[in-house]
Design a protein around this ligand. Structure first.
Ligand code: AP5
Length: 214
């Protein structure tokens, strides 16, 4: 199954992609995670990406398209993949279509996880991420058993640098200007499925599974 998860920052794309990846046994590919890992390792790519990510702006298309082109060629993508945070512009969507056409791998579903802006702000302000295994928590909706400590690996939970009010506002602006047009792009292609992302996590998962099965 070849799947794209669309939605604003904090919609729950990463949360749902992790669960779907386990259920469907296909990789969860997040351009945000790949870029953050490059920043952590201090690569050239990471240094370039950081200046955009810190401001809440999108990283240039050519950079992320190159990342995805390489990643989709990895053997673990043969059975399918879940794209989280890519594509984010019409140019990225066109490039993805071309890459997948060359590989003979069509996109099967594009799931738009919709949530209003106030929910985005509430979710991102209280999100915490494990610095060791990358597990994602929420201080109210999915709190860790012990404050500041990851349940899974006992790593340290931290707040992402771009989860501050000013950067969240900019990320939302970027989303509306550059990514929201993809909703119509995929609707026209007949691939768009919409789910209500403001429901509880398990309910959102159920909705996604049901639209995929349909
Ligand atoms: P990226 O990492 O992709 O961030 P994003 O799209 O802004 O999305 P998030 O990771 O913030 O949110 P999410 O939807 O995954 O929500 P989550 O599941 O964590 O990108 C970061 C930056 O990298 C971009 O700004 C850009 O600079 C760059 N970048 C990345 N890809 C790019 C691209 N293709 N092109 C150009 N630049 C790119 O959930 C959020 C919180 O809510 C968590 O705490 C979670 O526990 C909680 N939660 C989730 N679901 C629910 C629920 N149903 N109910 C209650 N709480 C919930």
């Amino acid at each position: 199954m070849n799947l794209i998860l669309l939605g604003p920052p904090g919609a729950g794309k990463g949360t749902q992609a992790e669960k779907l990846s386990e259920i469907c046994e296909i990789p969860h590919i997040s351009t945000g995670d790949i870029l953050r890992e490059n920043i952590r390792q201090g690569t050239q790519l990471g240094m370039e990406a950081r200046q955009y990510m810190e401001k809440g702006e999108l990283v240039p298309d050519a950079v992320v398209i190159g990342i995805i082109r390489d990643r989709l060629k990895e053997p673990d993508c043969e059975k399918g993949f879940i794209l989280d945070g890519f594509p984010r512009t019409v140019e990225q969507a066109d490039a993805l279509k071309k890459i997948l056409r060359e590989m003979g791998r069509p996109i099967e579903h594009v799931i738009d996880i919709d949530v209003p802006d106030d929910v985005v702000v509430e979710r991102l302000s209280a999100r915490r991420v494990c610095d060791s295994c990358g597990a994602v928590k929420h201080l109210i909706y999915n709190p860790p058993r012990e404050e500041g400590v990851c349940d899974e690996c006992r790593g340290v939970l931290y707040q992402r640098a771009d989860d501050n009010p000013e950067t969240i506002r900019e990320r939302l602006r970027e989303y509306k200007k550059k990514t929201q047009p993809l909703i119509d792009y995929y609707r026209v292609e007949g691939l768009l499925r919409e789910v209500d992302g403001s429901l509880e996590m398990d309910q959102v998962l159920k909705e996604i599974c049901s639209v995929i099965e349909r």
